[in-house]
Design a protein around this ligand. Structure first.
Ligand code: GLU
Length: 447
């Protein structure tokens, strides 16, 4: 058995209860085969064994009191996965299905994503099995304060810098920031995604979505095509979808769908006006986690309850909702419908077998860890802004974001080419992201 297969086998055995983590690690490690073959020194240094084991995992109690005085207890997590190239960096996810396996898959992906940005940030992720749906503002605040009352021991501007993810937006970040500052008596950029008056970065909110579209634009350009005039199927309706829809509209594409846990919306006129973009924000702010009201507000649109949008024909597909939203069943329909391009915006939205099937059938695939890295890249710019006690203009941010996304695309394409894999952005992103972290780990000794 090869070194790589051996590590994978051990990993599956040790983490049998964490299928999402196994999925993410398998996807990355298998595409490293040609790199590992050229570097026998990695085995001696147990590099891969160290890479798949988080440096530190913190699991903690989060007690809080609801509006009726009832006490609840949730479980909080922070996985500090890898600090070889910078302080741990990655979001916090509040969702009822959060457990260690989800946080570890996200943290593992974050190592390579953050490396791909070219910026000095390590990989981490956290969150809680807390369901924000239907909670009052006061309940959200008390939960965030309790969560931070434990987390603050373990983070800091030079140690670990959390941000948002599903269920955690500017409101939650702000409550956590307020509590951190109170407990530590330090005003520092310990969280990113803050509000503009207290250290937040102009453009951070839309950065992930804008970055995804810049990445998709580079993919299309490789085949001599443009975003302009393309039809696009988008899933989700939250922050990432919103930024994605906005930038697609800027570039002249037509967005046919958005979706939520309750079903999907098909809008034959396109989710194309400012009013429609703003309504996505309203849907999110309602705290109900449903997209159906879009079809009431815009009667030309149709709501398909309980369904996903992947059966709708389009030139480009951008999954923005959550992990594993495209499985084999969806992939088969997409191939039958002549799908040519997929650019992932959510983290790991495609299962490994679906991804392989889509690529075997000629679909050009932009992997999440490359395509959605614009969010965390701008988070790192926010860290720089805070550390330098300064403020950047939106133009400065957008310009850097665009350059970073073009670089990520080009580096992934070049890494794939270097190992004789043609234009395979999945393998290329894994290889390019890995190489920098591997070099740093080898240089820093057995730690
Ligand atoms: N949660 C986002 C991601 O998956 C952003 C993380 C950050 O800004 O630290 O990359």
């Amino acid at each position: 058995m090869s070194y790589l297969q051996n590590v994978l086998e051990q990993l599956k055995e040790k983490n049998a209860e964490q299928p999402e983590f196994i999925q993410a690690a398998t996807e990355v490690l298998t595409s490293l085969e040609p790199v590992i073959a050229q570097h026998p020194e990695y085995e001696k240094a147990a590099l891969l064994e160290r890479l798949v084991e988080p440096e530190r995992t913190i699991v903690f109690r989060v007690p809080w009191v609801d509006d009726n005085g009832k006490v609840h207890v949730n479980r909080g997590f922070r996985v500090q996965f890898n600090s070889a190239i910078g302080p741990y960096k990655g979001g916090l996810r509040f969702a009822p299905n959060v457990y260690l396996g989800i946080i570890k898959f996200l943290g593992f992906e974050q190592i390579f994503k953050n490396s791909l940005t070219g910026l000095p940030i390590g990989g981490g992720k956290g969150g809680a099995d807390f369901d924000p749906t239907g909670k009052s503002d006061g309940e959200i605040m008390r939960f965030c304060q309790s969560f931070m009352t434990e987390l603050y021991h373990h983070i800091g501007a030079e140690t670990d810098v959390p941000a948002g993810d599903l269920g955690v937006g500017a409101r939650e970040i702000s409550y956590m920031f307020g509590q951190y500052k109170r407990l530590k008596n330090v005003y520092e950029g310990v969280l990113t995604g803050k509000g503009l008056p207290y250290g937040g970065l102009s453009g951070r909110t839309e950065a992930t979505g804008y970055g995804v579209v810049f990445f998709a634009r580079e993919m299309l350009k490789h085949f001599g095509e443009t975003i302009e005039g393309k039809t696009v199927v988008v899933s989700g309706f939250g922050n990432v979808s919103w930024g994605t829809v906005q930038k697609l509209n800027h570039l002249g594409a037509k967005v046919l769908t958005i979706s939520g846990p309750d079903g999907y919306i098909y809008d034959p006129d396109g989710v194309s006006t400012k009013e429609k973009e703003d309504f996505m924000l309203e849907l999110r702010a309602s705290g109900k986690n449903i997209c159906a009201p879009y079809a009431e507000k815009f009667p030309n649109a149709k709501f398909f309850p309980g369904e996903k949008p992947w059966g709708v024909k389009a030139d480009l597909y951008i999954p923005c909702a959550t992990q594993n939203e495209i499985g084999m069943k969806e992939a088969e329909v997409m191939v039958k419908n002549g799908c040519k391009f997929i650019c992932e915006a959510a983290n790991m939205p495609t299962t490994n077998d679906a991804m392989a099937y889509l690529m075997e059938n000629g679909v050009v695939f932009g992997p999440a860890k490359a395509a959605n890295a614009g969010g965390v890249a701008c988070s790192c710019i926010e860290m720089g802004q805070n550390a330098g006690h300064t403020v950047f203009s939106p133009e400065q941010v957008y310009e850097q974001l665009e350059k970073i996304m073009i670089n990520i695309h080009d580096n992934a394409a070049a890494a794939s080419e270097k190992y004789g894999l043609g234009y395979n952005l999945v393998a290329g992103a894994n290889i390019a992201g890995f190489q920098k972290v591997a070099d740093a780990m080898m240089a820093q000794g057995i730690v």
